[in-house]
Design a protein around this ligand. Structure first.
Ligand SMILES: [Zn+2]
Length: 89
């Protein structure tokens, strides 16, 4: 999804939306940042989510939801591997 800055109308770099491919630690860090919803424009700096149109706001929350799902899936895989390994011993 293309996100345009509401102030300068230039494209916002997807520094946050690449969280799905990030490591678990990065994912947790990014999720914690979500308590202060914003995007960072290269030219204007930090812009609160309130200034963006509704479709961007919706995307932001979908993205957050996906990150939580990925994180839970990753935890599930680790727990499963740990349980299986413990049974082999
Ligand atoms: Zn801008």
């Amino acid at each position: 999804m293309k996100i345009l800055c509401p102030r300068c109308e230039r494209r916002i770099k997807p520094t946050q939306s690449d969280g799905l491919t990030g490591s678990g630690g990065m994912l947790i860090k990014r999720l914690m940042e979500r308590s202060d919803p914003h995007y960072v424009c290269e030219w204007c700096g930090k812009i609160p989510l309130d200034e963006f149109p509704d479709n961007v706001k919706r995307w932001y929350y979908i993205e957050t939801y996906l990150m939580v799902v990925v994180l839970l899936a990753a935890i599930g895989i680790v727990v499963t591997i740990t349980v299986i390994t413990a049974q082999i011993d």
